[in-house]
Design a protein. Structure first.
Length: 449
């Protein structure tokens, strides 16, 4: 006989945990299934360990400024293994706290995979059956592994956190978040980095801002090999050579990172047994309320292919649980104006529409763009000439702010407040009415004219 619950959650990543905690707070009896580590991609092989490496890279950059500022001594070299152990200890602490919270909330965590045998029934690997009128699919995604010759010679993003030493010559294939972020942090820590890009970097970000970021990357010594058509890899002695159909053999490299996108974890769920529809890439199809085509089954996070960001999964999960178990019948996530940051060097942050999107949606006549370029004080004092770039995309006669784009030191921290303003419908005059904080980079966003 099947064990019964109010809610079954498939996946213990950010979205699955958020759904479980919020539903349990509303009094639901919850079972959560996942054979992997608590926290999923974000905690174990994504946001948290990546940001840890980015912090290390920021310290490396700061040490490069030490001499020009007047400090004596060398810049130092990162003890890779010591840092790796510290990072693992930090992540272990997060997982331990999650486990304690699950126990306190009364959520039953089954450390095994589940698959559908009916729209309201999940079978576990151990042979048990669980039944609930509500089921959430939050199984996330994994790095894509296309059938390229020699693909096994390279690394996926998950593998980067198992490295025991820093590669001296690194090739990165791809042009998205993962490719750009690892290129910057590995270069800062001392690797020679070549980024092989098919078209352009960061296709969802404003083209002008990405072009400015590319300038910074080249200044840092990152090689941008655009127009690449990587067809495979081969071993040549102790090194790896990439086969590029457009440019010929590339390398040699000590390591290769394949950053070619991610695919949803739906293959083992047996979704056909429940009649859940997917797109041609395997993403679970959902409506604006996270509902699938099957009543009582919802999906959220990376498995849906919609804005693959941890805070998006968390926000969608909480609103879904509020609607299902908290009596908040209108609760759903608004996917417009979601802020995001690429932790490059320097970071690129954005909320709202790009200039191209605004012009396409509202027409050229309705769009006005404000820009600011300046050398941040921290760099100028050291004699550096790199520039921060800020951009406001405004629409209509009242110049409502449709997009804010920031490239430069501190962009990741300063954008959150401006994202609130965009979400509330702020206009350019509202920024002009705000007194600037001086001296700061953020003040440029309220002083543009």
């Amino acid at each position: 006989m099947a064990d019964t619950y109010d809610l079954i959650v498939l996946g213990a990543g950010s979205g699955g945990l958020a759904a479980s905690f919020r539903a349990a707070r509303h009094g639901a009896r919850v079972a959560m299934l996942d054979p992997g580590a608590l926290g999923g991609t974000c905690v174990n092989v994504g946001c948290v360990p990546k940001k840890s490496l980015w912090f290390a890279a920021q310290i490396a950059h700061a040490m490069q400024l030490a001499g020009p500022y007047g400090f004596d001594g060398g810049t130092g070299v990162l003890d890779w293994e010591r840092f790796r152990q510290r990072r693992l200890a930090y992540i272990d602490g997060i997982k331990q706290r999650y486990e304690e919270r699950l126990a306190a909330a009364g959520v039953q965590w089954l450390r095994e995979a589940g698959r559908f045998v009916a729209p309201d029934t999940i079978a576990t690997e151990s042979g048990a059956e669980l039944r609930a009128p509500r089921i959430v699919i939050a199984t996330g995604a994994r790095p894509q592994s296309p059938p390229l010759p020699g693909f096994e010679l390279g690394l996926l993003s998950d593998d980067m956190f198992t490295l025991r030493e820093l590669p001296r010559r690194m090739a990165i294939v791809g042009g998205g978040y993962i490719a750009v972020e690892f290129a910057g942090l590995l270069r800062a820590l001392g690797s020679e980095v070549t980024l092989h890009v098919r078209e352009r970097l960061l296709r969802t970000f404003d083209a002008e801002m990405v072009s400015c970021l590319e300038e910074h990357m080249r200044t840092q010594g990152i090689t941008l090999a655009t127009g690449a058509r990587i067809a495979g890899a081969r071993r040549e002695g102790d090194a790896i050579v990439l086969e590029d159909d457009a440019c010929g053999a590339q390398g040699p490299y000590d390591a290769v990172l394949w950053a070619l996108g991610r695919v949803p974890n739906t293959g083992r769920l047996d979704l056909d047994a429940a009649g859940v529809q997917r797109d041609d890439k395997g993403h679970v199809l959902t409506d604006a309320w996270q509902n699938t085509n099957v009543p009582g089954i919802a999906a959220l996070g990376d498995v849906t292919g919609r804005l693959a960001l941890t805070p998006v999964a968390v926000a969608a999960a909480r609103r879904l649980a509020d609607r299902w178990f908290g009596g908040m019948n209108e609760a759903k996530l608004d996917y417009d104006d979601v802020p995001s940051v690429v932790f490059a060097e320097p970071p690129l942050a954005a909320v709202g529409l790009t200039e191209a999107q605004a012009r396409e949606r509202f027409g050229d006549e309705a769009v006005r763009v404000y820009r600011s370029r300046f050398t941040p004080m921290q760099w100028a004092l050291a004699g550096l000439h790199g520039q921060s770039v800020m951009k406001l995309v405004c629409v209509g006669v009242d110049e409502r702010i449709a997009g804010v784009h920031v490239l430069g030191p501190g962009a990741d921290e300063m954008l959150q407040g401006f994202a609130v303003a965009v979400k509330m419908g702020a206009c350019k005059r509202d920024l002009e009415a705000t007194v600037a904080i001086h001296p700061s980079s953020a003040e440029e966003l309220v002083l543009m004219s």
